[in-house]
Design a protein around this ligand. Sequence first.
Ligand SMILES: CC(C)(COP(=O)(O)OP(=O)(O)OC[C@H]1O[C@@H](n2cnc3c(N)ncnc32)[C@H](O)[C@@H]1OP(=O)(O)O)[C@@H](O)C(=O)NCCC(=O)NCCS
Length: 233
Amino acid sequence: MPIECSVYWARPGDARPEHRRMFTGAELARATAYRRAIDTARFVVGCALSRLALGELLSLPPGDVPLLRDCADCGQPHGRPRLADDSAHVSVSHSGEHVVVAVTRAAPLGVDIEQHKPQSVDLAEAVLTETEQAGFSALPKTERVAGFFRYWTRKEAVLKATGDGLRVPMTAIEVSAPHSPAALLRFDGRPTLRLRLADLSVDAEHSAAIAVETTDPPTMTHVDGRVLLAAVS
Ligand SMILES: CC(C)(COP(=O)(O)OP(=O)(O)OC[C@H]1O[C@@H](n2cnc3c(N)ncnc32)[C@H](O)[C@@H]1OP(=O)(O)O)[C@@H](O)C(=O)NCCC(=O)NCCS
C-alpha cells in the first residue's frame, strides 16, 4: 500500500513570537543562539511547522508533540528531529526564501531544498560520482546550475532519510540524471536499502527533493503551512 506523506511549505518571514510558545526549553535555546536573524527565522518556522504538521497527523496539540532533537552521537540539541515514540517521522529543510517540512506515519523520510547558487557547481567533481559527472557535463551550459542542484537535492534527501546527513560523502550515493525520473541507483555499503525519491516543484531559483524509505511510490499531499503558522495565537 502506498505511503502517505504530507509536505508543508512556508517562508522564513512567517516567523512570529507566538510560535515559541509551543517550543521546549532546548528549542527556545536553539532559537536564541543564532547570530543572523534569517537563521533564527528559518529555525523558528521549521520547528513550529514541524509541531503543527505532526500535531495534525497525530491529533495532538503542537506543544505536546514528543519531538526530540538531541544528537544520537553527541547528545547536543541538533541533528535529525525525531519522535520519542517513533509514531511518525519528520524532516525539515530551509534555503533562500523557503522552509519545507515533510511528515508521515509510515517510514523515515528526508527532504531537501536548495537555493541555486552558481558558484556551487565548482563542487561538482567533489560531490558527483563519475557517472553523475558525465550526466552533468552532458547538460547544456544554461542548465548546469539547475542540474547540479537536482543532483544535490536528490542526494541530500537520501542522506537525510537515512539520518546520516553529510557525515557520509555524497559520492557514496548515485542518483539518476536530472532529466530522468528521480531514483536512487546506488548507496555504497547499503545494498538492502529500499528508498523512493521524488523531485518537488518549487520555482526557477530553487530545487527540492524528498526521499522515503519504502518500496512503493509514496503519495504526496502539499499543504500551505503559512496558513497554519498565521493561525497560531
Ligand atoms: C543535515 C544536513 C545534511 C543539513 O544540511 P543543510 O542543507 O545545511 O540544511 P537543511 O536546511 O537542508 O536541513 C537542516 C535540517 O536538517 C535536520 N537534520 C540535521 N541533521 C540531520 C541528520 N543527520 N539527518 C536528517 N536530518 C537532519 C534538522 O532538522 C535541520 O534543521 P533544524 O536544525 O532547523 O531543525 C547537514 O547539516 C548535516 O549533515 N548535519 C549533520 C552533521 C553532523 O551530524 N555532525 C556531527 C555532529 S555531532
